[in-house]
Design a protein around this ligand. Structure first.
Ligand SMILES: [Zn+2]
Length: 177
């Protein structure tokens, strides 16, 4: 599946999952929570902690455990821990390729942290009237070029995602029947 299709699947599920996904386990600041629910969403650790962001992507892209994006191996993969490896790298013991959760997703081959991708996807999904790259750049900081790049990839993924999302929901419907 292309990165567009993969992210599209996530994006299709995003809105329906939103209340759970952004639930904060306990209110760190009651006043803030009641005053501004959006601000409490933004406090979600997936937006600030790279490990949590990766765990969030992994849980969605690999709901049944990691599999190799090169050959499809699901049983014989090893997580490479330790300082010698980038965080989040796995090795397939069938084809010997290394991979991370970002292969075949919008985040593939970009140096942008996953926390930023989480934030960008959230901002685009939560703004009803759409969002310009300029507005995203203002809200997230960083360079305009980065904001434009993320927006471009996410939008493209979501456009394809309408069909993917529909097919996915049909599939889920069939399974739950
Ligand atoms: Zn493999």
């Amino acid at each position: 599946m292309s990165w567009r299709a993969t992210l599209a699947k996530i994006a299709a599920r995003w809105l329906s999952e939103m209340p759970d996904m952004f639930a904060i386990p306990w209110p760190p600041n009651i006043r803030l929570l009641s005053e501004n629910i959006a601000m409490s969403h933004l406090q979600n650790p997936i937006f600030h902690d790279e490990d949590k962001a990766r765990a969030w992507f992994e849980a969605r892209i690999w709901p049944n455990g990691p599999f190799c994006p090169h050959c499809g191996e699901a049983e014989n993969v090893t997580r490479l821990n330790g300082k010698a490896h980038r965080p989040g790298v796995l090795q397939c013991n069938s084809c010997r390729e290394q991979f991370t959760v970002t292969v075949n997703t919008v985040c593939e081959r970009s140096k942008i942290p996953l926390t930023k991708w989480c934030m960008a996807i959230y901002l685009i999904n939560s703004s009803k009237k759409g969002m310009s790259a300029l507005q995203m750049h203002r809200m997230m900081g960083g360079s305009y070029k980065t904001a434009w790049f993320m927006m471009h990839r996410i939008r493209e993924a979501m456009r394809e995602g309408k069909d993917v999302g529909r097919a996915w929901r049909r599939e889920q419907g069939r399974r739950s029947r």
